[in-house]
Design a protein around this ligand. Structure first.
Ligand code: TRP
Length: 334
């Protein structure tokens, strides 16, 4: 297939901390696979979105570069995929402003993430937090994306992007591709190791609950050994055993084994055998990526070159969409 016939997939990632095993298994690993499945992928780090919550400048810089290196270490191929940093491409902010004016206060007020985040950060309910979905719509619409792979928590944001696109297209003439959310099939939903009823999260107060993709083998082993399970001590996949279910899903996701195979493998054995086996699988999966990550991070010049080249590629596409929008809205050309 020629590049211009390929369907385009777009996604972006928050880079306010180190990715967790949940980000890795639930999203990143699946998204990177799309590049070999006949899609044109456009991926970016959403550092503009990051400051809707206060960030330490040095940390934001560090996490952004690390996240960039990490995706390359995972095998993101810059010959196939465009991968850039959102703040390097000014069209995102520019289109976001325009889209702000085509989005209603009422629509934004209904966003569940806004409601959750304003409850969590009651001391900083800033306008950016409120208009966050307009910036995200700009991210998607600038690239005329066909599909946006997202977790359930972001689906509402893709839907509002569709509404904004349809509204704008209807008011003027077809300008934006109307994107569709897709939930990848193999996207495991990894839960906290300490509280298996809530999602694994970078911001979890209990650091034993989350595995960072940069954790060393001893740390990974220790966290899995401490994982909350139940008193049955039998490796069985069941809703009423959320801790074990979560560990089985992680193990299955990495080894490709089905649940009944895993049950058989650990028949007659307890969690004392199962937990270290899961840890070993995770350690084995992450080891080569961590090695490549360290090599890449040692070569800042190379990383900066990649960032620059990809920001230029992204800018070339984004610029075409933005100039159409400006013309349709009625801005006087310079
Ligand atoms: N809001 C997304 C998240 O928190 C990140 C994001 C920003 C995004 N822009 C996007 C995701 C565009 C998909 C498409 O995970």
């Amino acid at each position: 297939m020629e590049n211009n016939e390929k369907k385009r997939i777009l996604s972006m990632y928050q880079c306010t901390g180190t990715f967790t095993l949940g980000n890795y298994l639930g999203a990143l690993r699946n998204h990177i696979r799309f590049q070999d499945e006949g899609y044109q992928c456009v991926y970016a780090l959403a550092d503009l979105h990051a400051i809707t919550v206060r960030q330490e400048p040095a940390n934001l810089r560090k996490y952004t570069l690390e996240a960039y290196a990490f995706l390359l270490a995972m095998g993101l191929d810059l010959d196939k995929t465009i991968f850039f940093i959102q703040s390097h491409v000014p069209e995102h902010s520019q289109l976001a402003w325009v889209l702000n004016c085509y989005t209603q206060f009422g629509e934004l007020s209904r966003m569940t993430q806004f409601k959750d985040k304003s409850a969590k950060h009651a001391d900083n309910i800033n306008a950016g937090l409120f208009t966050y979905p307009c910036l995200m719509a700009a991210d998607i619409l600038l690239y005329q994306a066909d599909y946006v792979p997202v977790g359930a928590d972001q689906k509402q944001h893709v839907e509002i992007a569709r509404d904004i696109a349809e509204r704008f297209n209807g008011l003027y003439s077809p300008t934006f591709t109307v994107p569709e959310p897709i939930i990848p099939q193999h996207g495991a939903r990894v839960m906290s190791l300490q509280n298996p009823l809530s999602k694994m999260s970078k911001s979890d107060e209990n650091q034993n609950g989350n595995i960072s993709v940069l954790d060393d083998p001893d740390t990974i082993m220790r966290k899995f050994k401490r994982a909350v399970t139940d008193s049955e001590s039998c490796v069985r996949y069941a809703e009423e055993k959320p801790g074990v279910k979560n560990l089985m899903e992680i193990y299955s996701c990495i080894t490709g084994k089905a649940m009944d195979e895993i049950e058989k493998e650990f028949e007659g054995k307890g969690y004392g055998d199962f937990k270290p086996a899961v840890a070993e699988a995770v350690i084995g999966e992450l080891r080569p990526i961590q090695e490549r990550f360290r090599e890449l991070l040692a070569d800042k010049g190379y990383l900066r070159g990649c960032c620059r080249e990809n920001a230029e590629k992204a800018h070339a596409i984004a610029q075409r969409t933005l100039s159409k929008v400006m013309k349709k809205v009625g801005y006087l050309p310079l």
